[in-house]
Structure formats: C-alpha cells, structure tokens
Design a protein around this ligand. Structure first.
Ligand code: F0G
Length: 481
C-alpha cells in the first residue's frame, strides 16, 4: 500500500493487494449482543467469535497472510532436530538483523519468560520506555521492578509529537548512573503498545542504547511491533528519510544486544523468539528452550508457522506491506476526529485508540471507563475492542487499585483483514455511541484473578445501563442489526 493521491483530493488509503480467501461474518442483533456481553462478564476477552462482527481485539496472530507465506508452509521441514525450516528462519533473521544466533519460543511472552528467568532476581530493575502487560508480569513475578521512563509527551492523549514512545533520556541516564548494578538490561519496546502503538525515533533508540552501554548494561528490544515503528521512522524522521527499511533495521539491531519478538505480530504468523548477536549471551539462555519450549530448532512453534514467519519477515522490509496498518489507522482516527470522538493522536500503529476518559468522563476511574467503553462499543456494533486502562493494570502489593495513566479502548486493525467500508461501519456505530455516551455507566469486578486479571476477570455493570443502551439503539436504528 502506498500513499497514492486521488484526483478528488480525498485522502483514502489504497490497498496494493487483492483478497483471495474470505471468511463469512455474522452480525447478531443488538438484543443478542447485550446478552452475549453479560454472559462474558462484560469482558470482551470472554466473548465467543459467533457473536462478533468486527474482531478488533488484537492484531496478534490474526493478520492476513500472503500467498507466498501460505505457499512456504507447504515446504516446512518437521525433523525434530536440524530442521531446514529453522535454518531458513535463522538465516533470514541474520540477513535482517545481523544476528548470528536465534532461540525459538512458542510466542512473545515465552521469550519474555526466558529473558526474565535468565536476568531477573528480587530487586532487579528493568528500565523500559513503557511496560507491556506480559513483560511486566514476568519481571514482577521474579521480584523485579519495572521502571517506566517514557517522555512525558508519551502519556498525553492528544499530541502532535511524532515519537511518543521515546525514552526520556535524562531520566534514563540518571537511573543508570544511580542503579546500574541492579540493571541487567534496558527494554526498548518498538511501537509502544499500551500508549497507543506509538513509535520511538531512530535517534532515541540509538541514544538510549548508547547510554545503557556506557554503564555496561545490555540493550533488549521488544520488536513485536517493529514493523509499524519502521514505517513511522521512515515517514516521520527527517534524518531517516533516505534510508531503506533494511538500513533502518540494521541501524537499530546494531545497537541491540538482544532482539525478541512475538511472531504473532512481527512476521505475520504465530510464534516468537530471541535473536542474539553474542554467543555467550546465547549460551546463557539456551538451555531454557529445550526445557520449556521444545527442541532448539522449533521451540514449540509449528514449523509451518516458522516458514510463514520467514517470508513474513522478508515482506516486513516492503513499505507496500507495512504501510497498510498505519494508513488505515490514520484514516479511521481522522474520520472519528471529524465527528468529535476523542481519540489518541497522532494516530499510531496497531489500532485506533479511543480515549475513554474523555468519551465518558462521568465514569470514574475506579469503575473502569475503558472496560465500560469496550462493553458499550460491542453492544453498539458487535465490534470487539480491548480495554487498555486500569483493568489491564495489576493491583499494588497492598491490594490497592493501580489507576492507569491512560484509559484507552484499543480497536486493533489486523493487517489487510478489514475493508474500508467495515472501518466506516465502526466509525458510524462509535459516533452513535458518542452521541449517546451519557447512557454508559461503570463496571465492578465480581471475579478478579490476582494476575493478568484483564484476560479472565468477570465484571458487572454498576447500574442497568447496558439495557438502556440496547433500548436506545433499537429506537434509533429501527429493525437494523
Ligand atoms: N510484547 C508486545 C509489545 C506485545 O504487543 C505482545 C503481545 C507481547 C510482547 C507478547 O507476545 O502475545 O506472542 O506472547 N501483544 C498482544 C496484543 C497480546 O494483543 O497486543 P505474545
């Protein structure tokens, strides 16, 4: 996909691919949607696909795959050891990142587990630009502390800062100067997920890495969302304009000691792993792979997925492929802004993010505005988003609520999956909901797991607001679904 101009002057993202396999979708009536979300404990993770029209929960493992990826799956080598599939994937990673070693893992969080078990002990500090849920859970499980050092602009909802994922370099330097003995590595998250898929600049990545190395601290990149970050470096960073995607990727990887990723995002397949430059570091982590993941040449992944990932990584070096997500997200975000709906700006990668704090300011943070908005958007349109606010946080050790810095509803746009008319349907239903926002109320937990509660916690509405919303929908939309 390229930014091709229309004669009319309209800014419409144009697909540079065609659809060759489709999956039928059902849109169940609002009455069923109201029931289904109640059955799911008002947690969109617990909805079943049969009740969902547009699944915007995530872009994880659900991106459309290319014909070349599917073809590659047919030549997978499933030998237990010494698989040619593994060699092809390792070679591709070496070509792109320049890394000599690769530890396969069944997905991103398995890579995080390996890193945490190897480097984290009680009292360890891991500086990050921003945390990710599974990363933080692995580090804190082992007694480590996650220090968030994103620049202040990162958590401002409305901003024109092109690189909201950037580290605050002064705070990073200060923390490393004081505590480097407790810091085995800094973690740099490309395409910073929880603040709206916001990128870091190449300059900030390089400078953060230099600071870490100055104090003898390793650099680890979470490259799960690197494809979006590469697109933004290429299009927003003046000094990188003339670099190719491969050159930008090499510049980044040259500064990293370790690059891990969720292959459910990077490479458009399912799996993950850790790419490493240095043999000693590789050996330090290696034994955990056969112990917990699978043998060293598949690490719990299907070899078919590994073949698809190899091709997907190659396709990530193509602007026509990686621009589709950011351009669709920009379109959706701008259409919502035209209709006054509060969203995160500038548009990032991963998805379009609604700002629940401004969408429903009457719902207090203790009653989970982002979770309430997720339930309401589902009732309004059969659209499944993901809460990225206080429910996604963990309680403090004393049991008190950790209020999130931002209350967002993420509407992910899995790459090449939805058409523009489906995006416009989502915009329409969200606009209707915004006009009826006073009907939306809060939620409270009825079942609350102690860790990763957003996955399987169950809640209930604090008043019968879902029912009121259903009635208003029926009144305004007549017999339309
Ligand atoms: N790091 C980042 C930045 C992620 O976005 C994810 C997953 C992971 C690590 C963990 O990878 O799922 O393969 O184990 N993000 C998904 C999401 C779950 O929906 O954003 P995984």
């Amino acid at each position: 996909m390229s930014e091709i101009r229309f004669h009319s002057g309209e800014d419409i993202p144009l697909e540079l691919h065609k659809v060759r396999i489709v999956q039928k979708l059902d849109l169940v009536p609002v009455e069923r949607r109201t029931e289904a979300i109640a059955e799911a404990g008002y947690n969109t993770f617990l909805l079943y696909n049969k009740d969902i029209f547009l699944d915007m929960l995530t872009d994880s493992g659900v991106n459309a795959m290319s014909d070349k990826q599917l073809a590659a799956m047919m030549v997978a080598d499933d030998s237990y050891a010494g698989s040619a599939t593994f060699t092809r994937l390792t070679d591709k990673l070496k070509e792109i990142f320049g890394t000599d070693y690769f530890l396969p893992a069944h997905q991103g969080r398995a890579a995080e587990n390996i890193l945490a078990v190897t480097f984290v002990k009680p009292g360890t500090i891991i500086p990050v630009n921003y945390h990710f849920t599974t990363t933080k859970a692995h580090i804190t499980r082992l007694g480590g502390i996650v220090e968030e050092l994103v620049a202040d602009e990162g958590v401002k909802i409305e901003s024109d800062c092109p690189f909201k994922g950037n580290f605050d370099l002064e705070r990073l330097e200060d923390l490393l100067a004081r505590e480097h003995e407790r810091i085995p590595f800094i973690r740099i998250e490309a395409g910073t997920n929880l603040i709206g898929g916001q990128p870091l600049s190449l300059e900030n990545i390089e400078k953060s890495a230099d600071i870490a190395h100055k104090y003898g601290v390793l650099t680890v990149m979470d490259a799960s969302l690197l494809q979006d970050n590469l697109y933004f470096i290429k299009t927003r960073e003046e000094s990188a304009k003339n670099l190719s995607l491969r050159e930008i990727t090499k510049r980044i990887s040259n500064k990293m000691d370790i690059i891990y990723f969720s292959g459910r995002k990077l490479g458009f397949a399912r799996g993950g792993g850790i790419a490493i430059h240095d043999k000693k570091l590789y050996l330090k982590m290696r034994e955990l792979v056969p112990m917990f993941e699978g043998f060293l040449t598949y690490g719990g992944m299907s070899v078919r997925e590994m073949e698809a990932m190899t091709v997907g990584l190659e396709e990530t070096m193509d602007m026509d492929v990686i621009s589709q997500g950011p351009l669709f997200i920009k379109y959706m975000t701008e259409e919502l802004i035209k209709r006054n709906v509060p969203v995160v700006t500038p548009p990032g990668g991963l998805g379009c993010h609604l700002d629940a704090s401004r969408f429903i300011p009457h719902v207090k943070q203790e009653e989970y505005p982002a979770g309430s908005l997720a339930a309401a958007v589902y009732i309004a349109g059969g659209i499944r988003g993901m809460e990225r606010g206080t429910i996604s946080e963990q309680r403090e050790t004393d049991g008190s609520e950790h209020l999130a810095a931002v209350e967002l509803l993420r509407l992910a746009l899995p790459r090449r999956v939805f058409t523009l008319s489906q995006v416009m349907y989502a915009v329409d239903r969200i606009t209707w909901l915004y006009e009826n926002r006073n009907l939306i109320g809060g939620l409270r937990f009825v079942e609350e797991p102690s860790s990763l509660r957003f996955f399987f916690g169950r809640l209930e509405p604090v008043s019968p607001w879902p029912e009121e919303l259903r009635k208003a929908f029926r009144k305004d939309f007549g017999d339309s679904l």
